[in-house]
Design a protein around this ligand. Structure first.
Ligand SMILES: [Zn+2]
Length: 410
């Protein structure tokens, strides 16, 4: 149920029902392609004539196209002697660019209008100043688009960054790991590349990508959470397909909720935050026997979570113990997320997922201890492998998903 706003309402016009049905048809083509006109009409429960009008609209606006589907063609051709035609999302000669900025490096990839990669991932080195990074990004984007005319017209650039972001003004408000504050990222980049740019927090974009996933798990209604464990711990939340942003786009900062009021000092300056126990930094400090408190925990080290996982797989007791302890704290925080929004689906990404089978019992132990009702004890958590590049997929979704969104009605 959604309340009708007495100030920001939208009344139904002559074309409203057609607009809604067109978006439904578009989303059905997206999730079921290749699909025939007859199957689409049947799924929507409308007549062939009505479906034809919707399809003509979508073909005219270049959102879908009708073509032959090779597999279907083989079987049906023989029976009826004519080539069956199917509907597809128009992904030809259109692209979007996904950019993920983090302290270690910036990644970039060209994708099609449903977020599928068209070219390999490009890596740009870390830059101490945002101005330098924007210049380098603009140069790379221009170079890639010039070198690959086959990717077609670029719809825009989605940029994700680990930090607090104001998407309306295109500003990065605060990124602790980059040590950037109040930086205008969108305007200088748009100015340099003459393309629209959408900026969003990395984990918020990750949950958006899962909600809009073209492949993999079928979308669910209700709350969905995405937890990313890296230098910090970030949580993105969506409800009924809509990002939960809060008044200042800062909803979901579970990483800075304290598990203990006198725990280790966090990068945010407060004590005992979830992230001070469960982040990559905390895991490495724990393994090395260092204090978990910031800034000591951020001291450079050759040890990585990947190397600790490798030691654990070789049976090293200290590595196994470290991962279980991190996993336990991860579970404590996940229990907090469950208490807050009880997600219908919860995703976890980060290096720790590479040892998921090993650490899952400790995650579940912590969650069971915190569960208020037995139904919440054995919560299903879906690990997102590093190889899926969830943050780049998120950046892509910033540009590609609005075309498929439900129209605003009432
Ligand atoms: Zn904190």
């Amino acid at each position: 149920m959604r309340r009708i706003s007495p100030t920001a309402f939208r009344i139904a016009r002559r074309g409203t029902s057609r607009e809604i049905n067109r978006q439904i048809a578009l989303n059905l083509v997206r999730s079921r392609q290749p699909i025939s006109r007859a199957d689409l009409a049947r799924l929507m429960g409308i007549r062939r004539g009505a479906i034809s009008r919707l399809i003509e609209d979508l073909i005219r606006t270049k959102q879908i196209f009708e073509g032959q589907h090779f597999e279907a063609q083989k079987g049906e051709n023989n029976k009826r002697g004519r080539k069956p035609r199917h509907l597809f999302i128009e992904t030809r000669r259109h692209c979007a660019i996904a950019v993920d900025i983090s302290a270690a490096r910036t990644l970039m990839q060209v994708v099609d209008p449903i977020g599928e990669p068209l070219l390999g991932i490009e890596e740009l080195p870390a830059r101490p100043r945002p101005e330098g990074l924007v210049r380098e990004l603009a140069r790379s984007i221009r170079r890639i688009l010039a070198a690959h005319p086959e990717v077609g017209h670029c719809l825009g650039v989605g940029v994700t960054v680990a930090g607090l972001v104001d998407p309306e003004r295109g500003r990065l408000l605060y990124a602790p790991t980059l040590d950037w504050r109040n930086v205008d990222l969108r305007e200088p980049l748009e100015e340099a590349i003459k393309l629209p740019v959408v900026l969003q927090n990395d984990v918020k974009a990750c949950v958006l990508a899962q909600v809009w996933a073209a492949r993999g798990h079928a979308p669910v209604d209700g709350p969905v959470a995405f937890v990313n464990v890296s230098d910090g711990v970030g949580v993105g939340m969506a409800i009924d397909g809509q990002l939960l942003r809060g008044a200042h786009n800062s909803a979901g900062e579970f990483g800075h909720i304290a598990l203990s009021m006198d725990g280790p000092i966090c990068a945010c300056g407060r004590k005992g935050c979830w992230e001070a126990y469960a982040s990559v930094r905390a895991t490495i400090a724990r393994y090395l026997g260092r204090d978990l408190s910031w800034p000591g925990s951020a001291k450079p080290s050759k040890t990585t979570v990947a190397s600790i996982i490798a030691c654990a797989h070789r049976g090293e007791a200290r590595a196994i113990e470290t991962l279980h302890e991190t996993a336990y704290y991860l579970g404590r925080g996940l229990a907090m997320v469950v208490k807050a929004i009880e997600p219908r689906r919860m995703y976890v990404s980060g290096d720790i997922t590479e040892a998921w089978d090993l650490v899952l019992p400790s995650v579940h132990r912590a969650m069971r201890e915190q569960a208020l009702i037995p139904e919440l004890a054995d919560y299903e958590i879906i690990p997102v492998p590093l190889g899926e590049n969830p943050r780049l997929r998120g950046a892509a979704a910033l540009v590609t998903s609005p075309a498929f969104a439900a129209p605003v009605v009432a």
